[in-house]
Ligand binder design. Structure first.
Ligand code: NAD
Length: 264
């Protein structure tokens, strides 16, 4: 791959799995030094660090265990990335969780966790990273929102509220940095083949008494006209475009990658 990110540094939250790991991988392949973050079994984290490290030509990629539900840890993670790398060019706010329930039964603790991890962590990370980016007059912020940042589904109140919030946060930050060489954009994927999304198929099949294949096409992907998963690599390629050469004019956008969902 062309080394379009040679000399650049990146921090990708929630990059021990799924979309975040895919973004970390493509950034490292494009020549960036990448710091990982996220939870998982020790062996899974070690495997992710070794995989990304091997691409970067080191034993293991830098890693922060910061909990995205804790503001001080989020800000500390950004400071740690700046310290280790000497600067931070690219911030990807990707960590996220899901919980599905009717609103009247939605557990308050789940609401608070989803708002904290899926929305407030983006605010804290951006607030911590922007001073350095503005001082160097260079930076790229990518927030992994969702199709649910643009449209709603029932039973996902916290997730839909948080992701709409991420799109609003993205636009507002973009306006604040519009006359600098910093950009802030959101990616709005439909259903992507990752553990977070795949975990929703079985409960849907059981609830509706159908096979997992039918649950996927007729229920989970009911609003995704392509009727297929978006693949992690497709999202990673969009995230690479947003931080690579030629994307400086894209700012405050919420880019859909959803098989036609938002158009329908
Ligand atoms: P995933 O479950 O595979 O990965 C989530 C990552 O976030 C993991 O690395 C996990 O350890 C990390 N994480 C969770 N809670 C954390 C916390 N408190 N602190 C630090 N890290 C934490 O999920 P994914 O599907 O790859 O989702 C990544 C992002 O993409 C999320 O923001 C999600 O909302 C969004 N998204 C996913 C889909 C989809 O269909 N998979 C669609 C649209 C948007």
């Amino acid at each position: 791959m062309d080394q379009v990110l040679a000399g650049q540094t990146a921090l990708v939250t929630g990059s021990t799995s799924g979309i975040g790991l895919g973004i970390a991988k493509i950034y490292a392949e494009a020549g960036a030094k990448v710091m990982l973050n996220g939870f998982g079994k020790p062996e899974e984290i070690a495997a992710a660090r070794a995989e990304i490290g091997a691409i970067m030509g080191v034993k293991e990629a830098p890693y922060s265990a910061a909990d995205m539900s804790k503001p001080d840890e989020v800000r500390g993670m950004v400071a740690e990335a700046e310290k280790q790398f000497g600067k931070l060019d690219i911030l990807v706010n990707n960590a996220g969780i899901q919980f599905v329930s009717p609103v009247q039964e939605f557990p308050t603790a789940k609401w608070d966790a989803i708002i904290a991890i899926n929305l407030s962590s983006n605010f804290h990370a951006i607030a911590a990273a922007l001073p350095g980016m503005l001082a160097r007059n260079h930076g790229r912020i990518v927030n992994v929102a969702s199709a649910h940042g643009l449209v709603a589904s029932p039973f996902k109140t916290a997730y839909v509220a948080a992701k709409h919030g991420v799109v609003g946060l993205t636009k507002s930050v973009a306006l604040e940095v519009a006359q600098s060489q910093v950009t802030c954009n959101a990616i709005c994927p439909g259903f992507v083949r990752t553990p977070l999304a795949e975990a929703q198929v079985k409960p849907l099949a059981e609830k509706n008494g159908v096979s997992e294949e039918v649950a996927l096409k007729d229920y989970l992907l009911a609003h995704q006209p392509s009727k297929r998963w978006i693949e992690v690599e497709e999202v990673a390629r969009m995230a690479l475009y947003l931080v690579g050469p030629g994307s400086g004019g894209v700012n405050g956008s919420a880019l859909s990658i959803d098989g036609g969902w938002f158009a329908s």
